[in-house]
Design a protein around this ligand. Structure first.
Ligand SMILES: Nc1ncnc2c1ncn2[C@@H]1O[C@H](COP(=O)(O)OP(=O)(O)O)[C@@H](O)[C@H]1O
Ligand SMILES: [Mg+2]
Length: 242
């Protein structure tokens, strides 16, 4: 792994986005007659800083691809390289360290109900050093998502759109080089979803983060640099011509 001269653990410096290189990526679920090939030899190159929509109907493999990129699931074969990290070759401790360099936003926010907004944003970095720098960055991020005045609120006091904006701030707290969003607007009404999507794109661009967003909503895909279509675990369309 190259040394960038920045302290990624504190999230103080943005290192920019990581390029993503996927080769022959395969993931199979189940056994025998019930076997499902959720990723079927996917080849994909995403330049650093690109904002990519992954489209395709339910069951086409969008979530599986994101989980493989974020090392939430382990591939059966093929490789995932993110920046200069060969993700598919990592084991245990280094795998956990890699996961901390990836930001995730899910359809259903997954905020911790007992924690305040700012503590939710800080949660990914709390096990390390909850220093002043983290608090300052958390406040900056809450400001960026328009929730500076709600830092002491609890998730249940917020609307769905506000909760997703907290989730976005949390995903960015550790200055990830890769941001993965799985149907981030799927639980929101369309105006709120559009606002959340605009924020993801704006913050992704501001930090140079590479972003992949699974969606089946056209307006979400339209906001991205590139649209990749999946079907049956394979890429079947790519607006970049790949
Ligand atoms: N943990 C799992 N166990 C069994 N099958 C799974 C699992 N995760 C996903 N699948 C199957 O893999 C295929 C792709 O699923 P998924 O990646 O969730 O698609 P999408 O996100 O596009 O809806 C589907 O057929 C789904 O049922
Ligand atoms: Mg999915």
């Amino acid at each position: 792994m190259s040394h960038t001269g920045t302290d990624r653990a504190t999230g103080r410096a943005d290192t920019g986005g990581a390029a993503v290189e996927v080769t022959g990526l395969t993931k199979v679920f189940g056994k025998g007659a019930a076997v499902i090939t959720a990723a079927d030899g996917i080849d994909l190159t995403v330049p650093a800083g690109q904002i990519v929509a992954l489209t395709g109907r339910s069951g086409s493999g969008k979530s599986t691809l994101l989980h493989l990129l974020g090392a939430i699931e382990r591939a059966d074969s093929g490789s995932v390289r993110v920046g200069d990290t060969e993700v598919t070759a990592l084991r245990t401790r280094r795998l956990a360290a890699y996961r901390r360099t990836v930001g995730f936003v899910f359809q259903r926010f997954h905020l911790l109900p007992a924690l305040t907004v700012i503590d939710n944003v800080l949660a990914p970095v709390l096990p390390r050093r909850a220093g002043f720098d983290h608090h300052a960055r958390a406040r900056e991020l809450l400001e960026a998502v328009g929730l500076a005045d709600r830092e002491k609120a609890h998730p249940a006091q917020l609307s769905g759109g506000q909760q997703q904006r907290v989730a976005l701030a949390r995903a960015l707290i550790a200055a990830p080089r890769l941001l993965l969003a799985d149907e981030p607007t799927g639980a929101l009404d369309s105006a709120t979803g559009t606002a959340v999507m605009d924020l993801i794109v704006r913050l992704g661009r501001a930090h140079g983060t590479t972003v992949l967003i699974a969606t089946h909503e056209d307006h979400v895909a339209d906001a991205c640099d590139r649209v990749i279509g999946l079907r049956d675990g394979r890429t079947v369309a790519d607006s970049a011509g790949g």
